[in-house]
Design a protein around this ligand. Structure first.
Ligand SMILES: [Zn+2]
Length: 301
């Protein structure tokens, strides 16, 4: 049984860590957690505690990471904040995401499936009732056709709404350009992600470059177009980060530059003129970044 959603799931011992379980769940994706935490979550399901409700949102975190090919390691210290981050997603963001999922799974004139249970975490929806609420809202706004099943199609107005998102970006959406080296994983999870999602109630978008090819580049460009602003962490000086930041600036998007202090001396000459947030560890990156976003990016709430 999956410790997050309580549906059937595959469980196995994680070969890389002692007393750790790997879970593969249709709804929550793939993730690992210590055996002790597994039983803690299990206890939540047998109570009506507030933590039980948070587990639904934790599914949103693990599923989103899974979709981009990353396997999350949950622990006693991090799970609560990751869950809270996904509990605060705005309805406007959920509605936009709903449209995007249908657009990705359908064609004009053809319908695509969004399973009200399995796909609820992709929308940060609490349960299937909330998925139906979102569907009905989009239907009332004449953006989708909805006939009660899990198959939806976008109306012409819906396709136009999706396509026009590339003009000024979707309010509150933030593209994160950074190196995906393991040494920066913590800086993303506990720094950038929590600053954007938890502290500013905005939506970070990150694309891992496990399969770096032309197709992924197209996807990156398309994703940058849909964002209101971009965070460029130039630590480790990956060329792609500079390219993505330059592309966003060309579209008129604001770019917030960040760099770990031991690498600041290596920052490319022509971007040194921009004021970088210089950070030492994920906690201070999170604090400085949240302050900068609140001060410079118009809020959607
Ligand atoms: Zn699950």
């Amino acid at each position: 049984m999956c410790p997050l959603c309580a549906h059937p799931a595959q469980l196995r011992d994680n070969e890389n860590a002692i007393d750790t379980l790997s879970v593969a769940c249709m709804t929550c994706g793939k993730f690992s957690l210590p055996g002790l935490l597994f039983f803690t979550f299990f206890d939540f399901h047998n109570s009506e505690s507030s933590e039980k409700a948070l587990l639904r949102y934790l599914s949103g975190y693990t599923r989103h990471a899974s979709e981009r090919g990353e396997e999350i390691f949950l622990d006693v210290d991090n799970w609560n904040e990751f869950a809270t981050a996904h509990a605060n997603t705005s309805v406007a963001t959920k509605l936009t995401r709903f449209l995007e999922i249908i657009a990705a799974r359908s064609k004009p004139g053809k319908s695509g499936e969004l399973d009200r249970t399995i796909d609820a975490p992709l929308l940060d929806a609490f349960d299937s009732d909330e998925v139906i609420f979102l569907a009905k809202t989009l239907h009332q706004r004449e953006l989708i056709d909805y006939a009660g099943s899990d198959f939806y199609s976008l109306t012409a107005k819906g396709w136009e709404a999706i396509q026009s998102a590339g003009v000024n970006g979707i309010p509150g959406r933030c593209f994160v350009a950074m190196s995906f080296h393991d040494s920066l994983k913590d800086a993303y999870d506990n720094g950038i992600f929590l600053a954007v999602k938890n502290d500013c109630k905005m939506d970070p978008i990150r694309i891992d470059r496990v399969h770096h090819n032309e197709k992924i580049c197209d996807k990156i460009v398309a994703e940058i177009r849909t964002c209101q602003f971009l965070i460029a962490d130039v630590t480790l000086q990956r060329a792609g980060v500079y390219f993505e930041a330059g592309f966003a600036m060309g579209l008129g998007r604001q770019v917030i530059w960040t760099c770990r202090d031991d690498d600041l001396k290596n920052v490319h000459f022509d971007t040194r003129q921009y004021n970088h947030i210089v950070w030492k560890e994920p906690g201070d990156l999170r604090m400085q970044l949240a302050d900068r976003i609140k001060a410079t990016i118009p809020s959607t709430i």
